[in-house]
Every structure is written in C-alpha cells, then in structure tokens.
Design a binder for this molecule. Structure first.
Ligand code: SF4
Ligand code: SF4
Length: 434
C-alpha cells in the first residue's frame, strides 16, 4: 500500500496531534485523532504496516491509501475520456437572439450584439432536425436558454420548448431546461410560461447595491434596472424551482457585496429557492480593462469570506470532482447562436471565426469552413499530460481549468488552490459543530 498523491493534511489546532485529511481524487474529508495520525505517519514515513483493520479500511475507502500498483493518474485519465466522449446527454445552450436590452460594462458579447436579431424559421427547423438526428441515442436533452437576452424572444422559447418536450416524450428521453436572463422582463406571467416550458433553473446577475448595479448593468437607454429585477425575482419565487443570483465581483464592488445581500433580504427577495454566489469578471472589451478585475487569488478569498459573512453553507462550495471541465471539452455539448452556428464555449458565441459547426445541413458543394483547430484544441486537451497539471494535487477537482482561459485568456487554476486550507478548516469546523 502507498499514500495517495492527492492527500491534503493539515494539523488541527483544536486537538493536539490530530489532523484534517482531504483527498481530491475521491473528495473524502476526515479527521484523524492523535492515535491514528501517529499510525498514518509511521506508515507514510517509516513504511510501518497499518494493523488496525478498521482504520485501514477507512483509509482505503477514502482513497487516502491505494495499492502499490495503482496509477491514480491513469484512473483520472480514464474518467476524463469516459466523461468527455459520453453521448447519453445532449446539452445545448441556445442563444435564440444576440440582441439585449442591457448595456453591461463588461459584456463579452458587446461586439456581436445585433439589434432585433432572432432565430429564423429555417434555423429553428434545422435545430429541431439536428436534435432529431441524435434523439434515438441519447437519454437526456438538456437545454439552457441564453442570449443576448433570451426573454426578448419568449415566443421562440415557447415554440421550441413545446416541440422539444413533445419529441422527448415520444422518444422516452428526459428533458431539462434552465435560463440565463438579466431578469428585467421577468414577471409572474413570464415565470408561469417558463415553468410550462419546464424551465426549472434560472440565473440572474445583480452587481451590488442599487447605485452600483445601475451603473454597471443599465438598460440600453441608460436607465437603472435594480429595483425592477428584484421585484421580478420576488414575484416569481414560487414558480421557478431555483433562482441563483450571481454577483459579478471586481475592484469596484468587492466591498459592497454584503450590503447587497442585506438590501435583498430587506426587500424580502431571499428564500429557500434563491441562492447567491460571486462571479469572477474578466476583461473582454475595450471599455472594461484588466485593472478593474480582481486577481484569481483575491477573488477566491473574497468568495470564502462572503459565504462565511452571509451565513451561506460552506458545503455549497465543496469541491466537485471534475472529469471534464465544462461543455467546451464535452463531445455532446454546444452553444447555438441565433444563426444556427455551433460553438464550444459561451465566450466564443457570435464570433463567427470561432464557430465549430452549424445546425444547417451541408450540401455537396458547401464551401463553409469551421474552426476545426479550435474544436480539436478544446476536445483533445488532456490535463493528465500537461506539464503544469499532471503533478498538481488539485488535478481531480480542476482538470486543467477553464479551457477558454487555458488558451491564453487568463488564470485557469481552480479557485480552491488559493484557499484550500482555510476552506477545509472552515468546512470541518462547521461539520463538527453539526
Ligand atoms: S471554456 Fe471556460 S468560459 Fe468557456 S464555457 Fe467552459 S468554463 Fe465557461
Ligand atoms: S490548472 Fe492549475 S490548479 Fe488546475 S490542475 Fe493545472 S496547475 Fe493545477
């Protein structure tokens, strides 16, 4: 037997000679008392056999020790490939319009926004055909409505949802849906109609207390949006299963996030089905430059403090085991724009030269070219072969990080890298308190 390469050990201040142990390949977290810490150290440093069978079984179950001939890196690679090329789920993020009623300061779609753009009937048919070609081989169709602002084209969401839900029912395929919206056009009536479209998850961004939010996320005409969005969330609470409020955080609003939560609570917007989290903002346009952003490290620390200070359960941010990072490196996942072009990453949408395909059928004399290089770069990257990542203890909960950032667009390391010890200690304390 040998120690796992993915163990994190921290001395426990509350109990002498005891340690907190976490394994990033299995996600197991445990406390070892002084007696067992002594046995574990003797095993690791002096190769002394562990004779306490119950203890050894716990260590094996948690992945803290593995057989000598086990290659943990091979297991991780196998899981990556199995997940990446699994085609049981077809996941489509559909931007049925690239138009938006907001003009956010950091918008990465700013250059591709088209007023009045809307998916045409021809593209809708092609999209239905594209899904229809795969419906017999999938077990789940997962749709995420996106934009621009998707509620500007509620008619398309309703029409397409009805057709897709029917198709899935006929074929015995599970159907799930979510939406990313700025929330301005949300109303009780719209929430009801979204629920009919089986939209169960909604993400809305609020950027701080009223004055700050209105400066960062105004309407196209410059008017504020804060009050209306929060009233809308309040009115739709019981209709959408889960609403997550994202707070895009940078230098400008980093000290205002707690005030926002206080304001939200005072307005009666919080409830069991509304949750809050901080979003990392990056520079994607000429008006919003890197100086405004937080470093990855500062952001991670801020997020942990935010959770602690606002009573958000720390287990909500417990690391997730990552086989592949996101839809960008998953075979059966695409972002579809209003023209029917297919992309791998949300940040690529609307930049035609980053399209990797189209829902439109190809004719024999078709001369369209898609970005094969980008497609294969997303799909064939292997973090277990990456010099920076292959020996990194965070690999199983990061897998090389965001593929878009890996391509030279910022820091890709998982946020836990900067706060692991503090985070795990806080988690353990909370769990031990019950
Ligand atoms: S590549 Fe990065 S930015 Fe693009 S969808 Fe994946 S996580 Fe998001
Ligand atoms: S991206 Fe960073 S944290 Fe993630 S596996 Fe690579 S080196 Fe580790």
């Amino acid at each position: 037997m040998k120690q796992s390469n993915y163990n994190f050990l921290y001395d426990l201040e509350s109990e002498e000679n005891s340690v907190l142990i976490y394994n990033s390949r299995t996600n197991a977290l445990a406390v070892m008392d002084a007696k067992h810490t002594h046995m574990f150290n003797a095993f690791v440093h002096n190769k002394r056999e562990i004779t306490d069978e119950e203890f050894l079984k716990s260590l094996v179950d948690g992945g803290f020790v593995v057989e000598d001939d086990v290659s943990e890196l091979s297991i991780i690679k196998y899981q990556l490939l199995s997940s990446r090329f699994n085609t049981k789920v077809l996941a489509l993020t559909i931007a049925a319009t690239s138009d938006c009623n907001f003009r956010c300061i950091y918008c990465y779609e700013k250059n591709s926004m088209k007023a009045g753009s809307k998916m045409t009937d021809e593209t809708k048919e092609n999209l239905i055909k594209f899904i229809g070609e795969q419906i017999d081989t999938i077990e789940q169709l997962s749709i995420n409505w996106y934009g621009g602002e998707p509620l500007l084209v509620m008619d398309i969401i309703e029409e397409m949802s009805e057709r897709l839900i029917k198709l899935c029912e006929e074929k015995g395929v599970a159907y799930t849906a979510g939406i990313v919206t700025n929330g301005y056009l949300l109303s009780t009536e719209i929430a009801r109609r979204l629920a009919v479209c089986k939209v169960t998850n909604m993400q809305i961004t609020i950027d701080g207390p009223e004055e700050i939010h209105n400066k960062r996320r105004p309407l196209a005409g410059g008017q504020g949006t804060f009050k209306k969005i929060l009233e809308n969330v309040k009115d739709s609470k019981g209709l959408i299963d889960h609403i997550s409020i994202r707070i895009n955080t940078d230098q400008e609003n980093v000290n205002e996030t707690n005030k926002l939560i206080k304001d939200i609570k005072e307005m009666g917007v919080d409830s069991e089905n509304v949750s809050f989290y901080l979003g990392f903002v990056e520079s994607h346009n000429d008006c919003y430059l890197d100086e405004k952003c937080l470093t990855a490290e500062a952001f991670s620390k801020k997020h942990l403090d935010f959770m602690k200070e606002n009573g958000i359960h720390l287990m909500n941010a417990y690391p997730a085991l990552v086989a592949n990072f996101c839809g960008a490196d998953l075979k059966n996942s695409f972002v579809v724009d209003s023209a029917g072009l297919l992309y791998k990453c949300w940040n690529d949408v609307g930049i035609v030269e980053r399209a990797v395909g189209s829902v439109a059928p190809h004719d024999a004399d078709d001369t369209r070219r898609y970005n094969d290089l980008l497609y294969y770069d997303y799909m064939l990257y292997d973090a277990t072969e990456d010099e920076e990542c292959r020996d990194c203890k965070f690999l199983p909960i990061c897998m090389g990080g965001c593929p878009f950032r890996r391509r030279g667009n910022g820091n890709r390391c998982v946020d836990k890298k900067y706060i692991m010890e503090e985070y795990l200690r806080a988690c353990a304390t909370a769990l031990m308190r019950g």
